[in-house]
Write a protein that binds this ligand. Structure first.
Ligand code: IMP
Ligand code: MG
Length: 191
């Protein structure tokens, strides 16, 4: 059995109402900044998907959405390597478009740095980042972030799109995991 999150959560870091309020602010800011532009939001799967769907409902200007996926660390690992792979590429062209990448969290920065490198070769008109969470303390490469929901401390978080070994993305808040209480999930066979 996969554990209930209540068995290992140590605290709710960002409650649902605070998340939703901040996302509304980000949506209005983006609507103002991109008025008259050809805005394309690119969601990085899978963590960014909940954030994207709430965010676009707070954006009042016309825009399109796209998805891409990059390989992250595997089950039981809590850190990305510099070796990031594109596992699902975009369907449409980003040439000459105003691209905003939508991410759940920037940690070391390795994942987003690779995405930026790749997408910039396709000559978008502009290329910026909107991340819900920023773990600044863990940064290994410098990343220019245009929009950030919340700066958070160096703790492993889950919920609202962020997973622990692929589970718990559905929770409407951001919680902190107590890894000592969580670890049985892995020994109980989560693959
Ligand atoms: P980075 O390459 O180290 O910046 O890691 C970025 C990716 O790692 C994010 O897109 C997340 O999928 C994942 N990640 C980083 N920190 C956490 C966390 O605290 N909880 C869940 N996933 C995380
Ligand atoms: Mg992830």
């Amino acid at each position: 059995m996969i554990k209930d999150y209540r068995d290992f959560i140590s605290e709710i870091l960002i409650p649902e109402d605070v998340l939703q309020e901040r996302i509304k602010q980000l949506g209005s800011q983006i609507s103002e900044d991109y008025r008259g532009k050809n805005l394309l939001l690119i969601c990085i799967l899978r963590g960014g998907v909940i954030f994207l769907t709430d965010l676009i409902r707070s954006i009042s200007i016309p825009h399109a959405i796209e998805f891409m996926a990059v390989s992250s660390y595997g089950v039981g690992k809590r850190k990305t390597s510099g070796d990031v792979r594109i596992t699902l590429d975009l369907i449409t062209s980003i040439h000459d478009r105003d691209v905003l990448i939508v991410e759940d969290i920037i940690d070391s920065g390795n994942t987003i740095a690779s995405v930026l490198d790749l997408l910039s070769t396709r000559k978008p008109k502009s290329l910026n980042i909107c991340t819900l969470l920023d773990k600044t303390e863990r940064r290994e490469v410098e990343i220019p972030i245009k929009y950030c929901g919340f700066e958070i401390p160096n703790k492993f978080v889950f919920g609202y799109g962020l997973d622990i070994d692929e589970y718990y993305r559905n929770l409407p808040f951001i919680g902190v995991v107590d890894l000592n209480r969580y670890k049985d999930n892995i020994s109980n066979g989560v693959k």
